[in-house]
Design a binder for this molecule. Structure first.
Ligand code: C2E
Ligand code: MG
Ligand code: MG
Ligand code: MG
Length: 291
């Protein structure tokens, strides 16, 4: 029949859709067992200051699926948010990261700032601040060693409970960072309202640095604005020496990206890491060494 080709196309698309659905479904189901199966783990990506000194690490969640292999957080975090599991997983991330800080000190590391990504759902759970206080106490973590990363999208439709939770966290002395800054909505409005310590410039701004004047103006202005508001600035996604050079020249405070280090196993968070990026920063311009 003349319709055969069309029929085949329909079948092809139908199968394609089904495999998409079943992958999501399969992930959704196995995610329920992931914490119990020890399938979740953390990697830690270093952040350096303008002199090449280690400031801290960002905890990044990993999930190794028994059949499908490594699933990126961009794929499974939204699933865990939809099922509500992210609340318990997020608690585990906090406790595990604080445990890592204690083990790092035992290995002779100076106090580091550990950044932990927060899901909006976690802030909406009543008692989050108390949970956080308990985790800090149980792991012997000083509040200022922890920095919670929130995003602008988290604040959309946020009720008074979320703002109150942030204020209580801040009052405890825990640091708060706005992640992926510049790609969300109403950025400038939230800058004045949120109790922030740190702005993380989204890596989409860092990516094209050096190529166009207009992009340079935007990034320089964002850094200046953040400083005027009293925030520290982290550049994420630093991949080239030229990006590092420009960002340092413009007064960016901290740097994170594959040029310096990717996400590492906990074993790597030890004394050798303190010297790891020294040469890169030296090569990027000694005259910029702060006094
Ligand atoms: P994010 O918080 O913006 O984390 C930075 C992401 O950029 C990480 O991806 C990191 O591996 C990647 N990255 C670091 N340096 C570079 C670079 O130089 N170039 C490029 N292209 N990428 C770089 P990852 O680990 O896949 O995480 C993706 C997102 O998943 C995170 O974005 C964060 O929003 C979310 N996420 C990760 N861990 C957690 C967690 O424990 N809880 C929650 N709620 N979300 C998490
Ligand atoms: Mg982050
Ligand atoms: Mg980020
Ligand atoms: Mg980002």
């Amino acid at each position: 029949q003349a319709k055969a080709a069309g029929g085949n196309r329909v079948v092809f698309y139908a199968e394609d859709d089904m495999s998409e659905v079943s992958r999501t479904e399969q992930l959704r189901v196995s995610l329920r067992h992931a914490p119990a199966a020890n399938a979740l783990s953390l990697r830690y990506q270093p952040l350096y200051d303008a002199a090449g000194r280690l400031r801290g690490v960002e905890a990044l969640l990993r999930w190794r699926h028994p059949e499908l292999g490594d699933i990126p957080p961009a794929e499974f975090v939204p699933l865990a948010e939809r099922s509500g599991q992210i609340v318990r997983i997020g608690e585990w991330v906090l406790a595990e990261t604080c445990g890592m800080l204690r083990r790092a000190r035992a290995k002779g590391m100076p106090p580091l700032v550990a950044s932990v990504n927060l899901s909006p759902l976690q802030l909406r759970v009543p008692g989050f601040a108390e949970t956080l206080r308990r985790i800090l106490a149980q792991t012997g973590t000083k509040p200022e060693w922890l920095e919670l990363e929130i995003t602008e999208s988290m604040m959309i439709g946020a009720d008074e409970g979320v703002s109150e939770a942030l204020r209580r966290i801040r009052a405890m002395g825990v640091r708060i960072a706005l992640d992926d800054f510049g790609v969300g909505f109403a950025s400038l409005t939230y800058l004045c309202k949120l109790p922030l310590h740190t702005l993380k410039l989204d890596r989409s701004f860092v990516r094209h640095l050096g190529s166009q004047d207009a992009e340079q103006v935007v990034v320089r202005t964002m850094i200046a604005l953040a400083h005027e508001l009293g925030f520290e600035v982290v550049a994420e996604g630093v991949e080239t020496p030229e990006q590092l050079r420009l960002l340092r020249e413009w007064g960016c405070d901290f740097f994170q990206g594959y040029l310096l280090a990717g996400p590492l196993d906990e074993e790597a968070v030890g004394p050798p890491l303190l010297r790891a990026a020294r040469e890169l920063f030296g090569a990027a311009g000694e005259r910029l060494e702060p006094a």
